[in-house]
Ligand binder design. Structure first.
Ligand SMILES: [Zn+2]
Length: 111
């Protein structure tokens, strides 16, 4: 399940979580029309967030990969909750580490 939020840095407010891009666009448009007369606030943010409420775009690549895997594993258990289950976070870490170890082994065996 994808989660999105809109943030206005002028008003310093963040929208509730929505689950579709169309809803995200509607939230942003409603905020701009209501509070800014249709103008686009400087540095406004709109995008996908992880289960911890962090913007994927603001995360370093390895952290974003870990968050996506942990999100997917946590969604298997319950899509309504927030946060990562400990086993999902650990599973994501182990999966990334195993993939890195496998890649290292393949490179080492090829040399
Ligand atoms: Zn605003």
């Amino acid at each position: 399940m994808r989660r999105y939020r809109y943030r206005c840095t002028i008003c310093r407010t963040t929208s509730p979580v929505v689950h579709e891009l169309e809803a995200l666009a509607a939230v942003g448009e409603a905020h701009r029309q209501t509070l800014h007369g249709g103008h686009f606030p400087d540095d406004e943010l709109a995008g996908q967030i992880d289960r911890l409420g962090r913007w994927y775009a603001a995360l370093p690549p390895l952290t974003a990969l870990h968050a996506r895997i942990a999100d997917a594993l946590s969604d298997l258990r319950d899509i309504k909750t927030v946060g990562h289950y400990w086993w999902a976070s650990t599973g994501a870490t182990l999966l990334i580490a195993a993939t890195a170890a496998l890649a290292l082994l393949l490179v080492a065996s090829a040399l």
